[in-house]
Design a protein. Structure first.
Length: 320
């Protein structure tokens, strides 16, 4: 295990979180407050209780789950896609890091950020309603498993996305609707029987229901079924990522394709175009120009033409 490599990726991603700390923390606080104003006041005045729980308190687990699902997915997908977009993914591939270590660094950071945001929502909600966590250990387990699972899902989305628009499709068009229709702000027992049966096909329902059980010991489905569901999604994401790395789809294609491999076998050499980011080419150019203008004491001229040094050697320049 390359702990230093994993730590480098992990800290780099958390540093990005720190650079946007104000908006990262302010967003869930403001959103949670607005949910209480809209749902807690407007709808809460009409629906006093659900399953014996005050409506404002009842919707807290749903709000937390809604935020965690979208944040974990968005953070992980953006993290890995941004490496592709800036071409710094090649540096990660060149580093002595296994596929597992790369995933551990990115997914671990995304999951930690989601957990922090989830805890912030719980604290914020405490200023509006009374929150009682009946099973704190079960709550923490659901919080961690959900964050890890959807961070893995986000990693997959980031791998397969072909543009920044692709990063938004799943969170906006899939996760958010499923969360709203998964009993975030109501119990499915309030629905007609047909729509109750339809809701049972929604996997997010089981996550929200199990998470709500850890708070108030009320749920729309069995907590055991909820645990099985979250583990099923987790295992599915792990298997899919493993398959992707084994096949190299959207990974090896970034650098080497079959045509280049054939050319290398045939000719023994290939030209890799657009591998180095233009930014680094400019940096190399500046470095060479600086070295020409101010060579080190180790400079050695091998050939001159018309009074100009056209070939010389210089080294130990990395610390200048």
């Amino acid at each position: 295990m390359n702990y230093f490599g994993v730590k480098a990726i992990f800290i780099h991603e958390l540093d990005r979180f720190k650079r946007t700390l104000l908006q990262s923390l302010a967003s869930p606080i403001i959103t949670t407050s607005l949910y209480f104003v809209v749902f807690g006041t407007a709808i809460g005045s009409r629906i006093k209780e659900i399953d014996g729980i005050n409506y404002g308190s009842y919707i807290v687990p749903g709000m937390i789950m809604l935020t965690i699902l979208t944040q974990a997915l968005s953070n992980a997908s953006f993290a890995i896609y941004f490496q592709k977009f800036t071409s710094t993914i090649y540096e990660i591939h060149a580093a002595p890091l296994s596929s597992f270590e790369i995933i551990l660094g990115f997914v671990g950071a995304a999951a930690i950020k989601s957990i922090i945001i989830g805890l912030i929502i719980i604290i914020t909600a405490g200023f509006f309603v009374d929150i009682e966590i009946q099973h704190p250990i079960l709550m923490v387990i659901f919080l961690i498993l959900t964050s890890i699972t959807f961070s893995l899902f986000g990693f997959i989305v980031g791998l397969y996305a072909d543009g920044f628009e692709g990063l938004q499709i799943i969170p906006i068009l899939v996760i958010t609707p499923l969360t709203f229709l998964g009993g975030s702000f109501y119990s499915i027992s309030m629905l007609p029987e047909f729509w109750q049966n339809v809701s049972l096909l929604n996997p997010v329902l089981y996550l929200i229901s199990g998470f709500r059980y850890s708070f108030y010991e009320v749920s729309d489905v069995s907590v055991f079924t909820s645990i099985i569901t979250i583990f099923t999604i987790l295992i599915g994401c792990i298997l899919f990522i493993t398959y992707t790395f084994v096949k190299g789809y959207k990974i090896k294609d970034w650098m080497i394709n079959k045509e280049l491999s054939s050319d290398f076998i045939k000719n023994g050499v290939v030209l890799l175009k657009q591998i180095i980011d233009p930014y680094w080419i400019m940096q190399l150019q500046k470095g060479v120009e600086y070295n020409f203008s101010k060579p080190s004491k180790y400079k050695c001229v091998y050939e001159e033409k018309d009074g100009k040094e056209i070939f010389y050697d210089d080294y130990c320049n990395w610390n200048r």
